[in-house]
Design a protein around this ligand. Structure first.
Ligand code: F6P
Length: 197
C-alpha cells in the first residue's frame, strides 16, 4: 500500500487499572479517542483513495475502530501477547506471586514466555502471516490501518524500522497516537500524530 497507519486501541478499563491482557472495554477517554480517529486519519491521508482497517478480535480494538467507516478486517493473529496465568494481573501482583518469573522476564524480555502463554519470540512468529500480507499489498492507492495492541505493534514496527530483537520489547508505542509509515526506496518515512484528550 501507500502507507501503513498504526495505533493502539483507545485507553481500556484494564489500562486504567494497570492490568495486563484480558478483553476489557475501552474507557470514556478511550472512546473520545475513537471518535477523533476518523477525522485524524482523513486529515492525514495522502494520495491513497482506499483504506482498509485491521483490528484484533478483542473488544478494545473493535470499539476503537467503531467510528471509522472504511472496510474492516478482524485478525486473531493481531490479538495481544498472551500473558497466560498472569492474564488480568497487575505487574505488582505478578512480582508478588511469581517473583522468579518477574526477574527472568526482566533479564530476557524477548525470550521470556508466560506460563500457559507466549513470549515476544512466539508473538513475532504468530505475526508472520500479517507481515507477509502487509508486504504483498502493493496497490499504490490503498493504505492499511492497524488498530492493535502494545506488544503486537512493537513487533510490527520493529520489522519495518529494523529494530533489533533486544530492543523490540521496549519500543515506546504510546496510547492515543497514530504512527504513519510510508515505505520508500530506502527505509520508511515516519510521521506521528497525537491526540490530546
Ligand atoms: O498493558 C497493556 C499491554 O498491552 C498488556 O496487555 C500486555 O501484556 C503489555 O501491554 C505488553 O507490554 P510489556 O511486554 O511491556 O509488559
Amino acid at each position: 500500500p501507500r502507507s501503513f497507519y498504526f495505533s493502539r486501541h483507545g485507553e481500556s478499563v484494564y489500562n486504567l487499572q494497570g492490568k495486563i491482557g484480558g478483553d476489557s472495554d475501552i474507557s470514556p477517554r478511550g472512546e473520545a479517542f475513537a471518535k477523533r480517529l476518523p477525522g485524524l486519519i482523513k486529515d492525514n491521508l495522502g494520495v491513497e483513495t482506499r483504506l482498509t482497517v485491521w483490528t484484533s478480535t478483542l473488544k478494545r480494538t473493535r470499539q476503537t475502530a467503531a467510528f471509522m467507516e472504511w472496510p474492516q478486517v478482524q485478525w486473531k493473529q493481531l490479538d495481544e501477547l498472551d500473558s497466560g496465568v498472569c492474564d488480568g494481573m497487575t505487574y505488582e501482583e505478578i512480582e508478588v506471586r511469581f517473583p522468579n518469573d518477574y526477574l527472568e522476564r526482566d533479564e530476557d524480555k524477548y525470550n521470556y514466555r508466560y506460563h500457559g502463554g507466549e513470549s515476544y519470540r512466539d508473538l513475532v512468529q504468530r505475526l508472520e502471516p500479517i507481515i507477509l500480507e502487509l508486504e504483498r499489498h502493493h496497490e499504490p492507492d490503498h493504505s492499511i490501518m492497524i488498530v492493535g495492541h502494545q506488544a503486537v505493534l512493537r513487533a510490527i514496527y520493529a520489522y519495518f524500522l529494523n529494530y533489533s530483537l533486544e530492543e523490540l520489547p521496549y519500543i515506546k508505542i504510546p496510547l492515543h497516537a497514530v504512527v504513519k509509515l510510508t515505505p520508500k526506496a530506502y527505509g520508511c518515512l515516519e510521521e506521528r500524530f497525537t491526540v490530546d484528550i
